[in-house]
Write a protein that binds this ligand. Sequence first.
Ligand code: F6R
Length: 615
Amino acid sequence: MRQAGGLVCGIVGVAGSIGERLGSALKKCLERLEYRGYDSAGIAVTGTGGITVRKGKGKINEVDARFNFTALDGLSGIGHTRWATHGKPSDENAHPHVDCTGEVAVVHNGIIANYRELKEQLMARGHRFISDTDTEVIAHLFEDYVKAGLPALVALRETIRRLKGSYAIALLYSHEPDKVFFARNVSPLVIGVGEGFNFLASDIPAFLNYTNRVITLHDGEYGYLTPSGIYVERNGEPVNVEDRVRVINWSPESAGKEGYPHFMLKEIHEQPRALRETWAGLDMDYVSKLGKAIAEARRVFITASGTSYHAGLILDYLLVSLAGLDAHAFNSSEYRKYIKLVKEGDILIAISQSGETIDTLMATRVFRERGAKVLAVSNVVDSTIPRESDYQLYTNAGPEIGVAATKTFTTQLMILTALAANAALHSGGMGKEAYSLVLNELEQAPDLVNTTIINVEARVRHIAGKLAVKTNAYYLSRGIGLPIAMEGALKMKEVAYVHAEAYPAGESKHGPIALVNQEFPVVFTVTDDDYLDPLEGNVMEMTARGAYTIGILPSRHYAKLGKVFTEVIQTPDASPYLLTIIQSIPLQLLAYHTAVLRGYDPDKPRNLAKTVTVE
Ligand code: F6R
């Protein structure tokens, strides 16, 4: 099982008395952080009788039903909601984690990059580990330092000195039961300042029902909360944080979306981060092993549903046209067609952000039974499809709450493009230099996507104003741009309820053009340089019938094509491999803004579920 680095998980901590049991308050706080992860949850409290930990696999409510968080009370407490990165979701891997003595409990968000090395050192010193997580080393390191006689705060300082990577930590130590110790590096951590109590959390909404006075901690800061005080240090020197208190006027609900009106918009905007984390989590040696296996496979099948299928079509396009391989992409609900074709030596690449879509799972099982090896590409570590597959690759987009897939799609494109390029390297379809160029470009994706969001949103909103009163639209493209047009049409259909259909632009003359009349919207994605002239011809055909044409094109084609469309959305320049990712952004934004202007809630499209587990 491959594990990717991670960016989410939610942590909370509280010291003091808040007029209700700490377990009940911590549970409420965790529910406000569930958008950061929901595969396991746990709470620890400490009082005069030592530390009590309750934790397990599942959503907060499920774990609460098993362990009754609400019954827990004490002088201080910590809690965690998890999104697995190191170690599958399980009771053992759920946080909080404890040391050998049970006197230390810790919750953590981030990645301890050097945890293997630390774990080996600690095991050699006799420490016993229970979980597969990177987090557990923190509890044991702290234990070592307090055993050596260091005061708790110094032990914390020495502990974090040993850690490489990112972390927001909350820690309980039973000998100082009224304190919650904390430390921050890279991963977010904020303090909620109360009267007779203080909170700590990954994000403000966690404690907004209790206090709206907030201090944001900076990298390198650590310290502790007590019921009446906050003590912060950096490198052994006290830091005065009193003048950093801000009063927040958000409602707890809007704060869960970090100030965005909808999760869909928040998730569109967080794509630079999701792409960066996905790239950082990609083990290129493993990609190379998979690329070789794909290049050597007898035949490559690709299966997925919905948005993931569109990512699969990009993979199919690249494996055929770039790597010269015998690849076939199909909707997973249609897998039966291929059953007789599947033989040992084949590979099936099953793409599913949730890892639970039943059609994709059925295809996985049937293909495996017939001797194919299966590579799962998913956003959810240890979900069913990856668990039942031979190989796993994970996007690292964090949990996606909006029903419409956005950041999980572009991160899929990133991984699949790297994989296809590697297969092309092994098949001889691509030289080393060209391969390096693709990887270099993919590395630029987070920055270019960021620029795209900044540059296009106002223009897209203007165009959405026009689309909001329409009932139909076409999305046309050629070559590698076609799956992106298909994805744009799906987004428009599912959140804005505008009937949108995608076609190969050349196909539009064979029927669809009959519908086109004055002001009929036609969106073109201009992605593939090989098709510029015929595509221009298709735009002209639409224009001649009075269509309202919208061209999404990289700036290098502006001189040639800028004037042929009614509206132009210009994106940064990049090769077609990267343009697929970049051009997805205006298409997602167009669907989002059209939905909002039409008065619909894009986070909850009617008739749709985030995960489809019925055939
Ligand atoms: C569209 C969307 C769906 C999913 C499809 C597959 O925005 O989200 O079309 O892409 O249900 O889901 P996964 O990728 O979880 O298998």
